[in-house]
Design a protein around this ligand. Structure first.
Ligand SMILES: NC(=O)c1ccc[n+]([C@@H]2O[C@H](COP(=O)([O-])OP(=O)(O)OC[C@H]3O[C@@H](n4cnc5c(N)ncnc54)[C@H](OP(=O)(O)O)[C@@H]3O)[C@@H](O)[C@H]2O)c1
Length: 260
């Protein structure tokens, strides 16, 4: 299926590796021009080189920390006219017992997962509306649909973002600007492999045992490849997806037990 986005400008955040990079590659394959954002400039430049070489599209990079207001301002000063925005990237710097979380922990989490996408969206959405095309996708988490107390630093900001996008989606729908969130289950990114190795080291189990245990948390009994999840995001960015807005769509191998 041709997504009909050749020549469109796509800003992809958290694009140097994992899910974000997989999204950037699929959009490049469709002929979109890219602006890639992450903190580590060298890694971002290497990703951009690889995508240019493979797909022959224009790829710009902006190194910035989206968890900081200055970082967001830097990104918007560099590019405030994308046709497509994929927000992806940060997560909490701590987890564990909510009784021990400080105001600074909550502020970091809100900055990384709620204020970052809200400020980027606010900076680009009016331009999208005036050009009569916009596709905004925020990557959140399956835990938005099945919150767990110990993950509240992730879940709460992401639920706040979900509420904002839901409201804005209705206002923007007449202008062919859509806003949706995509909710990953377990996706086999480098970060997940490292997390598996860390759990193995801490528990005395083998990496293979840990990976199998974690795979069994969904009906498909496996992790998804980043490209499988990115395919959902790419479709939501397509011209054809203009009638899908204000939705929160799981890609979790049947892990969520409910119908809706
Ligand atoms: N993989 C999964 O199974 C899974 C499941 C549920 C939810 N998620 C969520 O999906 C997102 C992506 O996951 P992933 O596994 O693909 O992660 P990843 O492989 O670690 O990639 C994260 C990307 O985001 C960038 N990034 C992180 N913090 C940033 C910041 N403050 N400002 C700008 N860029 C930042 C990283 O580059 P730099 O470090 O250079 O900035 C990197 O490019 C995360 O938000 C994660 O919580 C993932």
């Amino acid at each position: 299926m041709n997504l009909d986005i050749a020549g469109r400008k796509a800003m992809v955040c958290g694009a140097s590796q994992g899910i974000g990079r997989a999204c950037a590659e699929l959009l490049a394959k469709e002929g979109a021009k890219l602006v890639l954002v992450a903190r580590n400039e060298a890694k971002l430049a290497a990703t951009a080189d690889a995508i240019r070489a493979e797909y022959g599209v224009d790829v710009d990079i902006v190194a910035a920390d989206l968890a900081r207001q200055e970082g967001r301002a830097h990104v918007l000063a560099y590019c405030n006219d994308p046709d497509i925005l994929i927000h992806n990237g940060g997560w909490p710097e701590t987890d564990g017992d909510f009784r021990e979380w400080t105001h600074a922990n909550w502020q970091q989490a809100l900055d990384a997962m709620m204020l970052a996408p809200i400020e980027l969206i606010t900076g680009v959405v009016e331009g999208m509306a005036s050009r009569k095309f916009g596709r905004i996708v925020a990557i959140t988490s399956r835990f938005v649909k099945e919150p767990q107390l110990e993950l509240s630093l992730s879940v709460c900001p992401r639920l706040g973002l979900t509420g904002f996008m839901s409201g804005l989606a209705r206002e923007m729908a007449p202008h062919n600007v859509t806003l949706n969130t995509a909710l990953p289950g377990i996706i086999a990114t480098d970060t997940q492999y490292q997390y598996g190795r860390d759990l193995a080291a801490a528990s005395g189990k083998s990496f293979e045992e840990i990976w199998k245990e974690r795979s069994s948390t969904n009906a498909a009994k496996r992790f998804a490849e980043p490209s499988e999840f990115a395919s959902l995001c790419a479709y939501l960015c397509s011209a054809q997806a203009g009638f899908i807005t204000g939705q929160n769509i799981l890609c979790d191998g049947g892990g969520y037990p409910g119908t809706f």
